[in-house]
Design a protein around this ligand. Structure first.
Ligand SMILES: [Cu+2]
Length: 315
């Protein structure tokens, strides 16, 4: 047996094992402390699927940390323990079948475990739950364009549908009200107001170039692609503000393309919806009145648009 692979004395092996274990525990504790600050791991705390993504990430990170510390520990130990003087001829080793089978099987088992855990959690990440009983009353997602097989739906099919439209360099949010007239729907820019305890189903599109909808605490990214519909969802348990950013370089003002989701109690959300609808109706009516006045002026031969800048008084 060559010196390098000769079994180390029992005491040394125990010491190595204890040291590796200690290093692994310290490493995991150190990482988990920082992880709670969302530095090493995905942001979460807004919606259940973001929690699942975060948990999955932490499981993989912990396994990877143990493997990393184990491998690096053995490497460092071997480098120091078996170091030899310059010019010495190293011991020639021709493999160790048991060791090789061991680490191949070990790696395979780790991969299988991670795959099983991932697939078990994927369901919660992809598929939205029902709204809570005290959430905002919602309809079935019935809009023709949304009746896509790709839209993840809650088991009872009911969700608040919000259409997200990416455009250089802003997000527009439309709240379909169920009737066929899409021109009278409530809409807002930059800030999406949503009710808490309610499943919100997003239909995502872009009207110019590719953008990407991303509010980290509410889940993963969803591409906004011209001519293509994409879907995602979230459900916020508590009132709060969640910030995000277009995650696809879309032009020179891409960095300004921020997004904000404000979650309100269902009653407060209803008040917002009613107020917003009244505001939009009032400004529509004011615009209609202005158009009527302008066409009247045109008929009387006056130009409704003054071509000269207004003159200062006394001129
Ligand atoms: Cu963008």
């Amino acid at each position: 047996m060559r010196a390098a692979l000769a079994p180390a004395p029992l005491r040394t092996r125990r010491r190595v094992f204890a040291l590796s274990l200690l290093a692994a525990i310290v490493g995991i504790l150190a990482l988990s402390g920082v992880a709670s600050a969302d530095f090493w791991t995905p942001e979460s705390g807004g919606s259940p699927q973001a929690e699942s993504i975060d948990t999955l990430y932490k499981i993989v990170l912990a396994v990877a940390a143990v493997v990393f510390i184990g491998v690096e520990g053995v490497l460092l130990y071997s480098l120091i323990k078996f170091r030899t003087k310059p010019d010495a001829v190293p011991v020639q080793i021709r493999g160790n079948t048991r060791l090789e089978i061991g680490w191949t099987l070990g790696a395979a088992v780790i991969l299988v475990v991670l795959a099983v855990v991932t697939f078990a959690m994927l369901d919660d990440i992809r598929n939205p739950p029902n709204s809570d009983a005290d959430g905002f009353p919602t309809d079935r997602i019935a809009n023709v364009q949304n009746a896509s097989a790709y839209q993840p739906r809650p088991p009872n099919g009911r969700a608040l549908n919000v259409e997200v439209n990416g455009q250089r360099y802003a997000w527009r949010f439309t709240y379909p009200d169920g009737d066929t007239n899409t021109l009278n729907n409530v809409f807002s820019y930059e800030t999406m107001y949503v009710p808490t305890k309610t499943t919100v189903a997003l239909t995502i599109r872009a009207q110019d170039v590719a953008h990407s909808w991303w509010i980290p605490a509410l889940g993963g990214k969803a591409d906004a692609i011209p001519g293509h519909l994409n879907f995602t969802w979230f459900k916020v348990p508590q009132p709060g503000v969640f910030r995000g950013q277009c995650a696809e370089l879309c032009g020179r003002n891409h960095a300004d393309m921020t997004a904000k989701v404000v979650a309100l109690e269902p009653a407060a959300f209803k008040r917002w919806l009613v107020t917003k609808k009244a505001e939009i109706k009032a400004s529509d009516e004011a615009a209609g009145k202005r158009r009527a006045e302008e066409s009247e002026q045109l008929e009387q031969g006056e130009s409704p648009v003054s071509e000269d800048p207004p003159k200062a008084e006394g001129e």
